[in-house]
Design a protein around this ligand. Structure first.
Ligand SMILES: [Zn+2]
Length: 420
């Protein structure tokens, strides 16, 4: 069994976390990054951190020394919450981050579970967090088969994590279009057809041998100059489950390595398009339900919250383009809490205004923001608890733009109708 592919939500989360972390910069060399692979003993890592704490006592600057040691203590505390290292390993970042100019540093700590197993065991103290090993995981991991062909020959290649793994070339043995003198035209044509058929069968056999045993084969790209590739595509030369995986048929100038290079250059664009096609399909399904008033679609924050809580959501569609947050306000005297949704950029003014407001329950002036959550993250968590599928939709397609602009970026396909 191949492992399940990473969901659009997992990728979105990691990307967002890394974008946020990449912006963090320490005052000096005082941000701690820790990568622990699965199988490492927690006690061993804690011992290493104790040593690092000791070494840090030699730092001359009082502030830097305190910040580094505080960060190490935080990492130790977080690490102790784990009995063992999770199967993909564990990554912890901690450090004093200036919030608003020098002197405003606040200790921030982040614990991440990688999407795939990490292999490095690393402790670093630097002016920035070390993100490169996690950034690697955002790269395309699935494999794509490439078949290039024309009447003269074919090449096969396997594209995996941006690397080319297999390259094989075969020739067709099909004679050119011009017959030798003295040969009957019909007989020549028949022979050529037979040779071509035999070649197509051989291409299919090669492709089956190479690609059927490839784990995580996400798709096949067919290319070459002229119409031969289309004739091949129409026939049943590939095993049906490979044929279903053809995601693009493209014109290339060459069928050899140069042709493979042509495909490689266009691969990111091709793969993005494949995802856009998936996104369009998801959105079209939603729009169909809306257009036909089937009652099996819903949108808007309140409606979706209600549908999620009733377990009615089959698939949650969230736009990557929304910047709405869910803010929890808490009274520090009586514990009264209130949750509100707002634009990300309104938070600062909202916090300022809170200082002058009175608690609706005890009337004291002690209201403060206690939690801020991305609405995508908040809804996705509710969905995950209900075993509901979540798809992140980019704003790169017309349908994706509609989701963001016409439906508030939050929509769902329902399992059953909800009465209102
Ligand atoms: Zn109160």
């Amino acid at each position: 069994m191949s492992k399940p592919e990473r969901t659009s939500l997992e990728l979105f989360r990691l990307k967002k976390a890394l974008d946020t972390l990449a912006k963090k910069e320490g005052r000096g060399t005082e941000l701690v990054s820790l990568y622990v692979p699965h199988g490492k003993q927690i006690s061993e890592v804690l011992a290493m951190l104790r040593d690092e704490y000791g070494t840090a006592s030699n730092i001359k600057s009082d502030t830097t020394r305190k910040n580094v040691q505080d960060a190490i203590v935080k990492v130790q505390q977080r690490l102790k919450l784990f009995k063992q290292v999770p199967k993909n390993g564990l990554v912890i970042f901690s450090g004093a981050i200036p919030q608003n100019g020098p002197g405003s540093e606040r200790l921030e700590t982040y614990v991440l579970e990688p999407l795939e197993p990490i292999k490095v065991y690393l402790y670093r103290c630097d002016a920035k967090f070390h993100l490169e090993y996690l950034q690697d995981q955002l790269r395309e991991k699935e494999a794509y088969g490439i078949i290039l062909m024309d009447a003269n020959g074919a090449s096969f290649a396997l594209l995996k994590s941006k690397h080319l793994e297999v390259l094989q070339e075969i020739t067709s043995g099909v004679p050119g279009k011009h017959r030798a003198g003295g040969q009957s035209a019909r007989r020549f044509e028949r022979q050529r057809e037979a040779k071509l058929l035999e070649f197509f069968n051989r291409v299919g056999k090669h492709a089956n041998e190479i690609f059927l045993q490839t784990l995580d084969l996400k798709g096949i790209i067919l290319g070459g100059p002229g119409p031969t590739k289309y004739d091949f595509e129409k026939g049943d030369y590939l095993q049906y489950n490979l044929k279903d995986k053809i995601i693009a048929v493209l014109d290339t100038a060459y069928v050899d390595e140069q042709g493979v290079d042509e495909i490689m250059e266009r691969a990111p664009e091709i793969l993005r398009k494949v995802r856009y096609v998936e996104e369009k399909k998801l959105m079209q399904d939603f729009l169909y339900q809306i257009g036909h008033d089937t009652g099996l679609a819903s949108y808007g924050e309140d409606e979706i919250r209600h549908a999620l809580n009733t377990g009615a959501v089959k698939m949650l569609l969230l736009s990557e383009g929304i910047d709405i947050i869910r803010v929890t306000t808490k009274c520090n005297v009586c514990g009264y809490t209130l949750q509100e949704t707002m634009k990300e950029q309104s938070l600062h003014v909202f916090e300022q205004n809170l200082l002058e407001q009175h608690c609706p329950k005890c009337n004291s002036q002690s209201l403060a923001v206690s939690e801020v959550k991305d609405i995508v993250e908040e809804l996705a968590e509710i969905a995950e608890h209900a075993n509901t599928e979540v798809e992140m939709i980019s704003t790169e397609t017309e349908e994706g733009q509609m989701l963001k602009n016409s439906f508030g970026g939050i929509a769902a396909i329902l399992r059953f109708k909800l009465s209102r």
